[in-house]
Design a protein around this ligand. Sequence first.
Ligand code: UDP
Ligand code: MG
Length: 311
Amino acid sequence: MALYSIVIPLYNEEEVIGECIRRVVSVCDGIDGECEIIFVNDGSADRTLELAANACKSDKRIKLISFSRNFGHQIAITAGMDNAAGDAVIVMDADLQDPPEVITELIEKYNEGYDVVYAVRAQRKGETVFKKLTAKAFYRFLRYMCNIDIPVDTGDFRLISRKVCNVMKTLTERNRYVRGLVSWVGFRQAAVEYVREERFAGETKYPLKKMIKLSLDGITSFSSKPLTMSKNLGFIAAAAGFIYMIVVILQKFVFGKTVQGWASLAVLILLMGGIQLIMLGITGEYIARIFDESKNRPLYIIDEKYNFNGD
Ligand code: UDP
Ligand code: MG
C-alpha cells in the first residue's frame, strides 16, 4: 500500500494546530493508502511544541521534528522532506489556508503518473489587498526575471513523488526558494486549482520582512538578471554623462557660455551616487549569498524528534 507523507511547518500555531490535526487526520482516514503526518516545529515560542508532542502520543501516524530555533518556513519544509518516508510527499501550511481536502485531488493526479502536482491559487480569501497585490506582482516579476518556468500564483502546497523528493535532498543550498527548486528539477508536472481559504486562526507568520527575504531568495537563486540590469543601467548613466559633457564643452567653447548653477550639479551627483549605491547593493545581495553558501553550515539543527523509528 502506498505511503503518503504530509509535511506541515509550525511556527507559533497553537491556535491552529488542533483543528489542523483534526482535518488532516480525517482526510488521511479517507485516503486509499497509509499516511504519516510530519510536523516541523520551527522554533515556536508558544505552546505549539507541547500540543504537537501530545498529539504524537495519541496517534503514531503523527511525527514531529523540533528545531533548536526559528530557521524559517522554507527550511522547515526542507527538513520535513528530508525525513519523509512516503512514496509521495505533500507539503501544506498549518493554518488551513491550504484545505487538506485538496490532498485527495493531488493524490489522484499523482496516481495518473505525475511526479509533481502543485496547487494553484485560483482565488485567495481573507487576505489583505496589499498581500494579494504584492504576491500577484511578485510571481509575475519572478517569471520575467528567471530562466526557468516557475508557475505563477503557486505556493508550497504541492505533492512530490519519491523520485523528486530524493533529488530535492541533494540540493543543499541555504537561501532556499523551495517552489523554484521543485520547478527546476523538472519531471512530469501537473496543476490542480483550489480556493485559498482564510487563515483558520491567529496572525500571518509572514510579516513584510520575511516576504521580502523570500522574494529576494526567489530572484537571486534563479536569476542573475539583476546584475546584468545594473550593468546596463551603469552603461546608460555613463553614456548620458558623456553626452552631457560634450554639451558642456560645446557651450563653453562654441557658444561662449560659461556653465552656471550648482543645482544641476548637485542633482547629478545625487543621482549618480544613488545609482551606484543601488548597483553595489544588488551585487552585495549576491555576495552575501555566496558567503552563506561558503560557510557550509547545516541547513537546520534538530532539537528533538518524536515517533521516528530509532529516536
Ligand atoms: N512558518 C514557519 N516558519 C516561519 C514562518 C512561517 O514554519 O518562520 C509556517 C507557518 O506556521 C505556516 C506556514 O509556514 O504553517 C505559512 O505561514 P503563514 O500562513 O503565516 O503565511 P501566509 O499564508 O500568511 O503567507
Ligand atoms: Mg497562511
